[in-house]
Design a protein around this ligand. Structure first.
Ligand code: HEC
Length: 291
């Protein structure tokens, strides 16, 4: 059986040094890359998730504002005016505020939807994926939030979803039966959609989607940069160590070999000089004395 030391012994000093250093460098860079990718990926995910969480909280706050302040103010006009006032609707105000936010370029790829199984406005109809989220909220009333990544052709997104319960009796004015709803609502939205909701029933989910591809790509770029800097640093160290090995150890040893060859063939005048006070200097003093 060939032992590692036997293999090492076949190589020259500089080859041994480089081999050992290369193995160490590869191990260090490999471990670094793994740890770094975990940490940066987690950080990027946390950043995306905290963006989404803040937005969904904000939308909840806009809904509350409309329910508590705008709706009571405008509700009387719903009875008298022909035209329905969507400004009285919490979901409408949340969507409008979000659309305004989306006009700013850095938020143009953010999305907000009140995905609903039986919506008043068909635009809010939950698609297949969103329906499975709403169904999960309906089956588990204690579930307060769902989140995750979703891939699209345009790039990955991170979504956060929260249930929408029919939380107040006042919701039922417009969402219980067409007979109870303001007439102007029926003119605008018809009698077929968004009715028969029950108090405390979960009818849909607020879903905020934020783009995640860019944040994750930034994290990967940072990881490559750090590993690149590390590799360049190691490379410089490797070159310096090789130069040092050559001039401080290998060259004096080769000179000494040359010298001992001359002495062994009878040239007793040959002197071996090595001015440095290192171990090779000590050795050269000894061999000169030996001669
Ligand atoms: C004044 C009538 C009215 C009241 C009160 C009202 N809604 Fe609505 N709701 C509507 C209308 C009309 C829409 C469709 C608005 C639009 O076009 O975006 C709507 C939309 C929604 C949506 C989006 C899905 C859909 O149906 O299009 C949800 C969810 C919703 N309402 C839940 C609630 C909850 C919960 C409450 C009580 C806190 C409430 N609504 C109170 C009339 C009302």
């Amino acid at each position: 059986m060939l032992k590692p030391i036997d293999i090492l012994n076949r190589f020259k000093l500089s080859e041994k040094l480089n081999l050992i250093l290369l193995i160490i460098i590869l191990i260090v860079i490999g471990i670094n890359g793994l740890v770094l990718s975990q940490v940066l990926q987690k950080n990027a995910e946390r950043e995306v998730a905290s963006n989404a969480a803040m937005l969904i909280e904000t939308m909840g706050a806009v809904r509350d504002y409309t329910s508590n302040q705008v709706n009571p103010e405008l509700a009387p006009r719903l009875e008298t005016e022909e035209q329905f006032l969507p400004q009285t609707v919490p979901g409408y105000s949340a969507r409008e505020v979000f659309e305004n936010l989306r006009k700013r370029e850095q938020y143009s790829e953010f999305f907000y939807k009140e995905a609903t199984l039986n919506p008043t406005n068909l635009r809010d109809k939950a698609d297949k994926f969103e329906s499975t989220i709403v169904e999960q909220f309906r089956q588990k009333p204690n579930l307060k939030e769902l989140s995750g990544f979703r891939s699209f052709a345009g790039g990955d997104i991170f979504y956060v979803a929260r249930p929408i319960p029919v939380s107040q009796q006042s919701c039922l004015r417009c969402h219980s039966t067409p007979e109870a709803a303001p007439k102007s609502q029926l003119t605008t939205y018809g009698r077929d959609n968004g009715f028969n909701w029950k108090l405390n029933e979960i009818v849909g989910a607020k879903i905020v989607s934020v783009p995640s591809s860019k944040v994750l790509a930034d994290a990967r770029r940072l990881q490559l940069l750090v590993i690149g800097i590390l590799a360049v640093g190691f490379l410089i160290a490797l070159v310096i160590l090789n130069l040092f090995l050559r001039f401080s150890i290998i060259k004096p040893i080769m000179d000494m070999a040359q010298w001992s060859k001359q002495v062994s063939t009878g040239n007793m005048h040959a002197e071996f000089e090595h001015p440095a006070k290192d171990e090779i200097g000590i050795l050269s003093n000894s061999v000169n004395r030996l001669k």
